[in-house]
Design a protein around this ligand. Sequence first.
Ligand SMILES: Cc1ncc(COP(=O)(O)O)c(C=O)c1O
Length: 437
Amino acid sequence: MPTPNSLDAFWMPFTPNRAFKADPRMVVRAEGMHYYAPDGRAILDATAGLWCVAAGHCRTRIVEAIRAAAGELDYATNFNLGSPSAFEFANRLGEILPDQLDRIFFTNSGSESADTALKIALAYQKARGKPGKYRLIGRERGYHGTNFGGISVGGIVRNRMTYGPMVAGVDHLPHTLDIARNAFSRGEPPHGVEFGDALERLVQLHDASTIAAVIVEPVAGSTGVIVPPKGYLKRLRELCTKHDILLIYDEVITGFGRLGAPFAADYFGVKPDILTMAKAITNAAVPMGAVACSREIYETILANSETPIELFHGYTTSGHPLACAAGLATLDVYRDERLFERAAELAPYWEDAMHSLRDAPHVIDIRNLGLIGGIELEPRAGAPMQRGLEVFRACFDAGVLIRVTGDILAFSPPLIIEKAQIDLIAETVRTALKQVA
Ligand SMILES: Cc1ncc(COP(=O)(O)O)c(C=O)c1O
C-alpha cells in the first residue's frame, strides 16, 4: 500500500480528496465482473467502472487489439492525414447507429462529445443560412460532462455555480423526475409526458428562429437515474421537428446496449439528429468519445463551407489508433457475445431484483430501465448525502461496488452479469440499508 503522503500529488476528480486520502479505497486489478483490492479481495462491479466497462473488465480480445496497435502505429494525427483504423471504426459505428446517423466525429471523452455536438449544431445552422439560430436548450439536472458547453446546458447546480456566467444563450427544460406521481414505477414512468411541452413555452419566449438545438440524455444517469416518462421523448422530437430545432441525444451512458438495444434511440424508437457517445465505445479500455451526425448535417456543412476546412474543430488525439483498435475489438465482442440482446434478456430479472428492495429501510423510490437501476433514499435529517455515502461504503466493504449520487444509489453493471450476481447485489444493498441509520 502506498503511504498516505504518496497520495498527495494526484488531485482526484469528483472526489472528496481530503476524506479519501485519509481513508483510501484502492483497486489494483480487474477481470470480468470484478475488481481486486491490493489484498486480493474481489469486489463485484455493479457500476461497470463508471457506466463504461459494458463487456466486463480486461477482455482478452480488446487487450490484445490495443497491444497490437501500440506496436504498429502508436500515433498519427488525423488533421489532414489519415490512419485506416479511424475510417474503419467510423464505418463500423455507422453500421450499428440508427439509419442515416452515420457521419462520425471522434473525441476523447463524453465531455468533449457534448461540446462537439453543440458546436456542430451551431455550425449546421450557420451553414444553412440561419446563423440567428444560436440558442442551446438543455435540461435541469442534465449532465453533459464538465467542459463549458456541457455545464452550460447541463443542470447540476454544483457543477455550474463556481464557474461564472457560462455560455451565453442557453435555457433549460424542466427535469422529469416526479416522485410524487411516479414512485416505484417499473421502467418508463406513466406520468409526465407534458414536461416535454415546456419546449413549446421556451419557443414562445425566445422564438424558434433563435433556437439551434435541444440536448437531453434519453435516460439521465449521473444526476441519479431519471427515466423519461412514457411518450416524453416522442413529444420532444415532434416539437423539435415542428419548430425546426435539432435534437441531440447524449448517449454517453445509454449507448452500446445499456438498455438492451444498440442505442436509446433504438430502444425508444425516437431518433435524434445528433448523438453523442463515449465510455462503452471502447469498453473504456482507451479513452474515446464520438459524435454521430445525420448525413444532412454533415453534407450541409461541407457543401456550404466558405473555407477548405469545413469545421474548425478537433483534438490532437481525435481517432487515436489505440482507441480505434480498442473500439473495433469492443464492437466485435458486443456482436459475437450478443451482449445487447443479453442485456434485453436480463432486464426483467434486473427490474425484479431492484424492486425487491422496495420494503428496505430508507427507500423512497426505485427506478430502472434496461440494465440501469436507481434507488433513492430519504436523506438523513440535517445531513443530506451522508446516508448514501454510508451505504456506498458498507457495500464496498462487503465486496460490491455501487455508485452514489447524493442519496441516490445508482447501478449499471457490465452486460455480462450473471443472475446470481444480480441477486448478490440486491442482498448486499439490503444488508447495507439495514446497517445504516
Ligand atoms: C450523459 C453524459 N454525458 C457526458 C458525460 C461526460 O463524460 P466524460 O466523463 O467521459 O467526459 C457523462 C459522464 O458520466 C454522461 O453521463
